[in-house]
Design a protein around this ligand. Structure first.
Ligand code: NZQ
Ligand code: ZN
Length: 398
């Protein structure tokens, strides 16, 4: 058995920073759509999910603006959570045949990710799965510009080049990080659009945010400004999440969380440091086997993972415990401080009612080797895992 080992790109030292996505944030941010649409061609492919936007009124508001802007709209609906390759083929063909000049994604991370995948696949003459997700080749065909109206918070897809597609036949869920030319041209972030997200999805999103931050925090030993920014983001997330679970329509809390999610994964905090991403690699493989909610696949494996790597980075776990979870170090050894930090994290996870066992997501013993086999091993963290260690972490996550 062997997992695929990818050479993690370490961005230590010098870097270039640029993010081309323009954000419109706030309760009247949909007005930004009206401003942006004239910049793009007449044919718009409107991409959305299973219908939540029709229930919430976002669909009516968006299609009203599209109509007033004189656009010819083709609808592409039914994008599922964890969008599939079959759905990508369908969307790429529709984008091409409808001569789409612009793709407007209205939904959560799945819809945004999917729109980016369609944008690079519509004019691709090869199989986009092989070219862009297996072989990670650069995009050399025409790219249809994408804009997003975000309705669910967590992935950061609104301001990054990420696109995660699941091939159900081969049981592989693969994330591709495209370059700036694939980032959304603009994103509309209205915290009120997130009020209707069901509690399970909402808190899964909270953990997705936390995991994005932690997987960039737990790597690298240098005294790095990014680590201080991430501690602030984590503290704000913990504070606001506690308010939002009790009062989902608390604008301040929901807007803070929306903003944290964007900064957690819009490439800024990764600059000038190495990053880990192994929780995502394991979680994605769990997702490929179970189709479970993304954030819950991460919560279910995180505690076992962090306990596993803790001896390799005790100093950072001590810092995490004190700076993020306010653990009082007095009278404790480093190992005790670090453990107390993880215990606080677990308490918060229970408060959020996050899933803490992959069994609860549908994983059975006979899947463990396959999940480990489908886990891509990256090299940027404190410990480079082996296949056997991944199996062990999965067993501990049952
Ligand atoms: O499909 P609809 O009917 O819209 O319902 C969705 C879906 O069932 C519902 N929902 C969204 N907004 C709602 C709402 N329900 C009521 N009211 C609203 N306002 O929520 C459900 C989940 O939506 P989904 O888009 O799947 O969630 P999420 O935003 O967590 O996206 C998950 C996908 O993003 C990928 C994941 O792997 C997964 O495929 N990721 C993308 C990343 C990136 N681009 O950088 C990074 C992440 O780590 C992640 O891997
Ligand atoms: Zn994620």
């Amino acid at each position: 058995m062997g997992c695929t080992v990818l050479t993690g790109e370490l961005t230590l030292g010098n870097f270039t920073y640029s993010n081309p996505t323009k954000l419109y944030f706030g309760s009247d941010s949909l007005e930004g759509l009206r401003k942006e649409l004239p910049r793009y061609g007449k044919n718009v492919l409107l991409v959305y999910g299973g219908g939540s936007i029709k229930k919430t009124g976002v669909y009516d508001a968006v299609t009203g603006i599209l109509k007033e802007s004189g656009k010819t709209v083709t609808e592409l609906s039914g994008v599922m959570p964890n969008p599939t390759l079959e759905k990508l083929y369908e969307g790429a063909a529709l984008a091409k045949n409808s001569h789409a000049d612009f793709i407007l994604a209205v939904g959560g991370g799945s819809v945004c990710d999917y729109a980016k995948a369609v944008s690079v696949s519509a004019h691709c003459t090869e199989d986009p799965w092989e070219k862009y997700f297996i072989n990670m080749k650069p995009v050399d065909n025409a790219i249809i510009p994408v804009g997003t109206v975000l309705t669910m918070v967590g992935t950061g897809s609104e301001m990054n080049g990420g696109s995660v597609i699941t091939n159900r036949k081969t049981m592989r869920k693969i994330g591709r990080v495209f370059g700036e030319d694939v980032f959304p041209k603009f994103s509309i972030l209205n915290p009120e659009f997130t009020y209707t997200v069901p509690q399970y999805q909402m808190t899964a999103g909270f953990f997705d945010i936390m995991s994005h931050i932690l997987e960039q925090y737990f790597s690298g030993d240098d005294d790095n400004t990014s680590d201080y920014i991430m501690e602030g983001l984590l503290r704000s997330l913990i504070h606001s999440s506690r308010i939002a679970v009790k009062d989902p329509k608390n604008y301040e809390a929901r807007s803070n969380i929306m903003w944290i999610a964007t900064w957690a994964l819009n490439t800024l905090v990764a600059k000038g440091k190495s990053t880990d991403w192994m929780v995502h690699m394991i979680g994605q493989s769990v997702g490929a086997f179970t189709d479970a909610t993304h954030g819950m696949t991460l919560s279910a494996v995180s505690l076992s993972y962090y306990r596993h790597i803790m001896p390799n980075a005790l100093h950072k776990f001590v810092r995490y415990a004190e700076a993020v979870w306010n653990v009082n170090p007095a009278g404790k050894s480093d190992a005790e401080i670090a453990e107390a930090g993880l215990a606080e994290m677990k308490k918060w996870m229970e408060e959020m009612r996050l899933v803490l066992s992959i069994k609860e997501l549908g994983v059975t013993e006979d899947m463990l080797e396959g999940i480990a086999d489908g886990t891509f091993i990256l090299k940027g963290g404190y410990k480079i895992l082996t296949y056997d260690e991944i199996v062990q972490i999965l067993k501990e996550s049952m």
